[in-house]
Design a protein around this ligand. Structure first.
Ligand code: F6P
Length: 369
């Protein structure tokens, strides 16, 4: 039987997180599996593209020196990658469809010049929206969902979330001892952009007293009331988790600085500091704020992210083998499946306050059935 040759490209785009390297490893291992060659009738080669879409903009495919942009990936190279956080391919927030500098033509031409049969994109909503536009322009694309925000439509899980959740839990465990010693309140700011998943699940995991999420605007007076109620009931200290996107009822998100990046995202931050100041003012209790920031994206992938990276990587190659393009691999209702990329654009998966949040206690729900 004649074995056809086919070349795949893979890139990571947007904010990094733990779980990317395991997914890359399993794309490479599955695509280049010699035992499956005959059944598929195809021998795949995998090119890693560095620094997200920036690599596809900047590479000159016909130059003898493409090393800064392209890396040939084989089983030996990726063998140990699943233990390591971040992305060995590098990433960027460059969008080839940036309205101020549209470089999409160049990206599409470079994909052709590199001879890529398909491009596998590991990304969140911004990067997978780019992938979807490339697909509409005729590129064969497969997406793998990743973001510690877990806010992508079409999947119940996104790589990196579980590791970030563990960071939140571990860091709050550390804060508890010092908070208790000094009878202090700590307001801990988590990432998550406009989605409250990391704050809510992190707060539930670490046993936070109050959890503020973007999906439900909060009132300072209610926060202070709850804090004083806790003290009257004998609490020595309180842990309050505030999602970076949490906002006052009727208000808007706290932003670090004006303007948006090339994905159209604002830099959020400052809510924990604000809440801490308001608690000090309203209750007189000693209150500090801590911003967990990029710690949540760092460190080795958790066992869950290694396994999910493995399954997402394998599923992405399954789609390529079936030539079932224009889809993102997805984990939905306990099963691996696939979801059309075009259907994730402009939608976000957010916390459903009516079933998942206790709007009176500002916390997770106390009824779960
Ligand atoms: O989307 C992932 C995320 O970590 C958000 O939670 C956060 O708002 C943002 O990226 C931070 O981006 P940057 O790494 O560019 O500061």
């Amino acid at each position: 039987m004649r074995i056809k040759r086919s070349r795949l490209g893979i890139l990571t785009s947007g904010g990094d997180c733990a779980g990317l390297n395991p997914a890359i490893k399993w794309v490479v291992k599955t695509a280049t599996d010699e035992r499956l060659e005959e059944e598929r009738g195809v021998r795949y080669e995998v090119l890693g593209i560095r620094d997200g879409f920036k690599g596809l903009v900047e590479v000159d495919p016909f130059s003898p020196d493409t090393e800064g942009y392209i890396e040939h990936l084989d089983r030996d190279k990726v063998r140990t990658w699943d233990r390591v956080g971040g992305t060995f391919l590098g990433t960027s927030r460059l969008s080839p469809y940036d309205p101020k500098n549209d470089q999409s033509r160049r990206v599409i031409e470079n994909i052709e010049k590199l001879g890529l049969e398909a491009l596998i994109v590991l990304g969140g909503d911004g990067s997978l929206s780019i992938a979807s536009r490339l697909e509409q322009a005729g590129v064969n694309v497969v997406g793998i969902p990743k973001t510690i925000d877990k806010d992508l439509a079409g999947t119940d899980y996104t790589l990196g979330f579980d590791t970030a959740l563990n960071v939140v839990t571990e860091e709050v465990d550390r804060l508890r001892t010092t908070a208790g010693s000094h009878k202090r309140i700590f307001v801990v700011e988590t990432m998550g952009r406009t989605a409250g998943w990391l704050a809510l699940e992190g707060g539930e995991a670490c046993g936070a007293y109050i959890i503020l999420i973007p999906e439900h605007g909060f009132a300072v007076d209610r926060v202070n009331e709850l804090v004083l109620e806790g003290r009257r009931a004998g609490a020595r200290y309180e842990i309050i988790i505030a999602a970076e996107g949490a906002k006052l009822a009727g208000g808007s998100e706290f932003v670090k600085h004006e303007g948006v990046d090339s994905f159209g995202h604002q830099a959020l931050g400052g809510v924990a500091e604000y809440v801490a100041a308001e608690i000090r003012r309203g209750t007189g209790l000693e209150t500090r704020s801590v911003v967990l920031s990029h710690l949540q994206r760092g460190g080795a992938p958790s066992a869950h992210d290694r396994r999910m990276g493995r399954f997402f990587g394998i599923a992405a190659v399954d789609l390529v083998v079936r030539r079932d393009y224009g889809k993102m691999v997805s984990y939905t209702s306990g099963k691996m499946t696939a979801f059309p990329l075009k259907d994730i654009i402009g939608k976000l998966r957010l916390v459903d306050v009516s079933t998942q949040y206790d709007a009176e206690r500002y916390n997770g729900r106390r009824t779960v059935l």
